[in-house]
Design a protein around this ligand. Structure first.
Ligand SMILES: [Zn+2]
Length: 367
């Protein structure tokens, strides 16, 4: 008897632990379905606004530094387009109901760009280039071909847009820019990297960076990896990977296994320091407030206190070293502006990172 009572008590405890005790509201499936559409729409609009921020912030950096890009200099019609098909099968219908069209739709148009001055507006829909009319579907490959071919031979593109139900033709002048494509990855991971041809950013890092000056600091850094040929140099010297990760150290991922020895890591630290240094010049030329750049490293250290620690075996300089080096670089640029000197990076820069026994020398940066 006693045994049986114990059994009943045990069952009632088990039931209570796997079912809620409260009387819950019945979910109205029709309303949930409407909310589902709303949430898809929010994802689409958030993606569009992240692209808009990335493109509009990066464009002045790509354009105002064209003289420093060597062979990578190219021509651009300057705006960013997106189409409903970009979102894939599952989201295309929601993109269409959010106002994104099947044909390319202008989502970002940098203020100072030649296209903006020529009269292009956000939300214009591209319907023709020269006499090639863009079909509703399966046009992406031909569109890339047309844009590339026509840009090669001309200084402007004859584009026809649909705006408020009417077509208008605009001769869009091409800007001279550093020809690196931007990539936006929809990931929480806080990261940005460069691979020689592209500049890649996650939505995670964009959310971490509070304003466009901070984002510009990271864009400048990544572009410097490409323009300074770090990928090729790194491959040639150590063959330790194609991709530079700006924030490997900052997010607590152990990168030590990726490097064969401390010398390789120290070398990599020098590339990181050079990307910070040269990138700040790019940021300056694009008209951003360089005083905000060091703050990025305080923000990174809040995300991961491990990046504060000095470590010769790390692939990246510590965040305090990066902060101080950027402060010195700001002083260097300000001094050049004041003295009327050319605002270009010093050649033969002596890196202080990778040699922890030597403290950074503020005078070194300016010499
Ligand atoms: Zn880097």
């Amino acid at each position: 008897m006693k045994h049986a009572l114990f059994g009943i008590a045990a069952i009632s405890v088990a039931v209570a632990s796997c079912a809620p005790a409260s009387k819950l509201p019945q979910v109205d499936q029709a309303r949930a379905e409407a909310e589902r559409s709303k949430q898809y729409e929010l994802v689409i609009l958030d993606h569009v606004s992240a692209w808009k921020r990335l493109h509009n912030t990066a464009y002045p950096i790509l354009r105002k530094n064209a003289d420093f890009c060597g062979e990578r200099v190219g021509k651009s019609y300057s705006f960013k387009m997106i189409s409903a098909g970009h979102f894939g099968d599952g989201l295309e219908e929601h993109a269409l109901s959010s106002g994104i069209t099947k044909r390319p739709y202008v989502i970002a148009l940098p203020e100072e760009s030649s296209a903006a001055k020529a009269g292009v507006r956000e939300q214009d829909v591209l319907v023709a280039i020269d006499d090639w009319r863009i079909p509703e579907d399966d046009y992406h490959r031909e569109l890339s071909r047309q844009l590339e071919e026509q840009s090669q031979d001309n200084s402007s593109l004859a584009m026809t847009f649909l705006r408020d139900g009417e077509e208008l033709q605009i001769d869009v002048p091409l800007d001279r820019i550093c020809d690196f494509s931007l990539v936006l990855q929809r990931k929480e991971l806080i990261n940005a990297f460069a691979d020689g041809k592209r500049l890649i950013f996650t939505t995670g890092i964009m959310n971490l960076l509070r304003d466009d000056d901070e984002l510009a600091a990271v864009i400048g850094h990544e572009m410097a990896h490409n323009t300074m040929g770090h990928i090729d140099k790194k491959m040639g010297n150590a063959a330790i990977g194609l991709v530079f990760d700006l924030f490997f150290a900052g997010i607590g991922v152990n990168t030590q296994g990726a490097f064969s020895n401390a010398a390789g890591a120290a070398y990599s630290q020098d590339f990181e320091a050079e990307a910070d240094y040269v990138g700040l010049y790019y940021m300056y030329h694009a008209g951003y407030n360089i005083d905000d750049a060091p703050t990025v490293w305080r923000r990174m250290s809040l995300g991961n206190p491990a990046s504060i620690q000095e470590s010769i075996s790390s692939s990246h300089p510590s965040s305090p070293e990066r902060f101080v080096a950027l402060e010195d670089t700001i002083q260097e640029i300000r001094r050049k502006v004041k003295n009327g000197e050319p605002i270009v990076p010093n050649e033969g820069y002596e890196f202080s990172t990778g040699q922890p026994e030597q403290k950074p020398d503020t005078d070194n940066a300016g010499s």
